[in-house]
Design a protein around this ligand. Structure first.
Ligand code: HSE
Length: 385
């Protein structure tokens, strides 16, 4: 099968190398699209997307550029030209899921995206399979390797936030713009895409409230240690009558749950079904080799004439809602706290007072943190899981 790569960053390079290393599968990269500012790295390189779209010898396009545009336009053009698409692009998929699935079906080609959630973990394909015989009621977990790497280093080594983020970027874990990782937007896209796959309807990612880890302090982490808790960034979604409740936020876990034992770039993503109960998927959620492995699996499946993603028919869309999701929080802020928020005051830190809150809605806590930060105040919140 002749394929073209769109993008030659960490995942593109990894896929190219893996296709050579495991050449017995007959996956041959014959063209690589790169942007004009990219230096010449390969003879296969082109700056003109039409060299790929109009080349009838190319069966399948692997989109590993990331971002919404121009990736979305290129993927649409490839599908219309009756080329299969394999993509790791969770942002693009979460924004245009319905349209992309329809376009692939109308043109009789495959679109597959194992690498879009969980890096090398076979989570999405399993989620699709389980939906054939069971009903998924909830899903979520640790879905971002970069933030887990940072939180682990802060917890285990007392490492500095900014330095550890730089290391994650150098290792190829972080997004091109790491804001997406640390502000929870990468998890938001992965969560919305997982909801699309699980519930067969498109969830609007912009409606999923997201708090990240940008404002966590070393003193917060020291308090968590004293309490015997470990902080992780999580995404969570639950089926509701209207569609789904979904949100992204830091959360605190006791030592005896799977999330606490997942360190470094590890992810643990789970779903709970009516008959099957809960299934947990552990593994490396970011980096060249895990992500390229997932891309290669999709390519090999397609070359064999099938794709785990062919079941992904999408019937309409809905707006996720977290208004009725409630729990207690760790909150540290220098702003006055609304009446009824505080259950216990933990003490003073250099960046405000630390509290355990009463049971609050996700909506109320996210609104408080966002408003405090917007006014120039300090605030960090983590759910008591
Ligand atoms: N930046 C992402 C992460 C890459 O750290 O998980 C994998 O999606």
């Amino acid at each position: 099968m002749k394929i073209a790569l769109l993008g030659f960053g960490t995942v593109g390079k990894g896929t190219y190398e893996l296709s050579l290393l495991r050449s017995e599968h007959g996956i041959e990269v014959t063209r690589v699209f790169v942007r004009r500012d990219h230096k010449r790295v390969l003879d296969l390189q082109t700056y003109d997307i039409n060299d790929i779209i109009s080349d009838p010898s190319i069966d399948t396009v692997v989109e590993v550029m990331g971002g919404d545009e121009p990736a979305f336009s290129y993927v649409k053009a490839a599908l219309r030209a009756k080329k299969n698409v394999v993509t790791a692009n969770k942002l693009m998929l979460s924004l245009h899921y319905e349209e992309l699935i329809s376009l692939a079906r109308e043109n009789g080609v495959h679109i597959a995206f194992s690498a879009a959630v969980g890096g090398g973990i076979p989570f999405l394909a399993s989620l699709l399979r389980v939906g054939r015989v069971d009903t998924v009621d909830s899903l979520g977990g640790i879905m971002n390797g970069t933030t887990n790497y940072i939180l682990t280093a802060m917890q285990q080594e007392g490492a500095d936030f900014v330095e550890t983020l730089k290391k994650a970027q150098q290792m190829g874990y972080a997004e091109a713009d790491p804001t997406a990782d640390i502000d929870g937007l990468d998890v938001r896209a992965k969560l919305a895409l997982s909801v699309d796959v699980a519930f067969g309807k498109m969830a609007d990612p912009a409606a999923v409230p997201a708090l990240g880890i940008r404002h966590i302090s070393a003193e917060d982490v020291a308090i968590f240690k004293q309490l015997g808790l470990i902080c992780r960034l999580i995404g969570k979604a639950e089926r509701t009558v209207k569609g789904a409740a979904a949100y992204v936020e830091p959360a605190l876990f006791g030592q005896d749950v799977p999330e606490a034992g997942v360190n470094g770039t590890g992810n643990v993503i789970s779903y709970r079904c009516r008959r099957l109960g809960m299934q947990n998927f552990f593994g490396l959620g970011a980096g060249m080799n895990p992500t390229a492995s997932a891309v290669m699996h999709d390519l090999i499946d397609i070359s064999l004439g099938f794709s785990a993603f062919d079941l992904a028919a999408c019937k309409g869309s809905f707006v996720p809602d977290a208004a009725e999701s409630v729990h207690g929080y760790y909150l540290r802020t220098d702003a006055p706290v609304p009446a009824g928020f505080v259950s216990r005051t933990l003490g003073e830190t250099a960046e405000g007072t630390a509290y355990i809150t009463t049971t609050l809605s996700v909506e109320a806590m996210h609104a408080f943190v966002n408003e405090t930060l917007a006014k120039g105040g300090k605030a960090f919140a983590a759910a008591l899981a």
